[in-house]
Design a binder for this molecule. Structure first.
Ligand SMILES: Cc1ncc(COP(=O)(O)O)c(C=O)c1O
Length: 385
């Protein structure tokens, strides 16, 4: 997985489809990121924070009992053990350091499940910045714990009441707000989406997941590389970071979307939130509302590099239903003592369904990125018990 080409494109996807007033802001972020990424000092500062603050490297844990039950060897990359409880902290520490380097005093962000919002509020507190987080009203209700965490950390949480009151609307509102304050605020996007350079930059900040997992699998597995690498996909940042570590191997890359927001499996090409990619839409090309039990996957689109990997045939995108996801949470909790986030449970659910079939033959080795922990979802799960 390489740098995007001309105009920030991965094949025909990506780009920079934003209002005229945001073009210089995106160009400034791109220049600052290129400069920082080439600077050994910036890399050292970020690596140090990832180690001494975020708790990296996260382990790879063999799922011993589940493997025996399924007849495939399952390894779990434990992003649930990173500080704040998900992979979102990796990206946010990188972007927050960049914001400071650019002289910004304020972070703005969108959030769905609240994990990106919590990570942003955390990094802002750590680095002495202020933070404003846009969140859909429906997500604020189902992820109330994370709203509380963000406020305790000192962030302002702005309720978005338009549309489906989920991540799509929060993103639109955050972008609208950015137009009004580009000079003082840095827009910290939470996934591999948005205008160039965000999809590329966020993948680079999440590459640490795949790089660590590659070395850890080499130590753990007789064949060094797993046969399958599986991750859930909302915008697709945990999947992109994981895939980046294995794209040059023979591993099959599998991205798991929510059935009710399956941009690749059920969608078509569209322009949304500053880039060209896949999104679910009606016959007139209007973007449809996604519907998923997992707030972080309740998004009608997908990041442009995933659209490109799909078209190249390098990665496969599949879907699972909410029912399968709830079963997967319970199964992993009871067989391994690990309560995954509803988002992460999508990846587990596909492995549960496919293990022992032609899709995932018995005897295969499978790495699943567990993008986050399930504490935040206790309320949602209690409601459906
Ligand atoms: C735990 C967890 N996993 C996955 C996601 C989906 O994001 P992405 O596809 O960018 O990894 C989220 C989003 O909030 C999340 O909180």
């Amino acid at each position: 997985m390489r740098e995007p080409g001309a105009n920030g494109r991965f094949g025909e996807f990506g780009g920079r489809f934003v209002p005229e007033s945001l073009i210089p802001a995106c160009a400034e972020v791109e220049e600052a990121f290129r400069d920082a990424w080439a600077d050994a000092g910036f890399r050292r500062d970020l690596d140090r924070l990832l180690t001494v603050y975020a708790g990296r490297p996260t382990p790879v844990t063999p799922a011993w009992r589940l493997s025996a039950e399924l007849g495939v060897d399952v390894l779990l990359k434990r992003e649930d053990l990173a500080h704040t409880g998900s992979h979102k902290i990796n990206n946010v520490l990188g972007q927050a350091l960049l914001a400071v380097r650019m002289g910004r005093t304020r972070l703005i962000a969108e959030t769905g499940a609240g994990q990106h919002g919590v990570a942003t509020a955390t990094a802002a507190a750590l680095l002495g910045l202020s933070a404003t987080v846009f969140m859909g009203g429906k997500d604020m209700a189902r992820q109330a714990l994370n709203v509380h965490r963000m406020r305790l950390l000192g962030a302002e949480v702005v309720e978005v009441t338009s549309g489906s009151r989920t991540l799509k609307d929060a993103t639109s509102e955050a972008m609208r707000h950015w137009v009004t304050c580009v000079d003082e605020a840095y827009y910290c996007i939470g996934s591999v989406m948005g205008p160039h350079p965000y999809p590329w930059m966020v993948r680079e900040f999440q590459r640490v997941i795949g790089a660590e997992a590659r070395a850890q699998c080499a130590a753990e597995l007789p064949k060094a590389v797993p046969d399958y690498v599986v991750a859930c996909v909302g915008g697709g940042s945990n999947a992109a970071g994981t895939f980046a570590g294995f794209a040059d191997t023979g591993a099959q890359l599998v991205g798991v979307e929510a059935a009710g927001g399956a941009a690749i499996s059920n969608g078509g090409v569209a322009i949304m939130h500053g880039h060209r990619s896949y999104a679910i839409q009606d016959a007139d090309g209007q973007i449809l509302e996604a519907e998923s039990i997992a707030a972080g996957l309740d998004y009608p689109g997908i990041g442009p590099e995933h659209a490109h990997l799909h078209e190249l045939g390098r990665a496969r995108y599949v879907t699972v239903t909410d029912g399968e996801v709830v079963d997967a949470v319970k199964r992993l909790a009871r067989s391994e003592g690990i309560l995954p986030a509803l988002e992460s449970a999508h990846a587990v659910a596909w492995v549960l369904r496919a293990a022992g079939t032609a899709e995932l033959p018995a005897g295969s080795t499978v790495l699943i990125t567990l993008s986050g922990r399930g504490d935040k979802d206790s309320n949602s799960l209690m409601e459906i018990q």
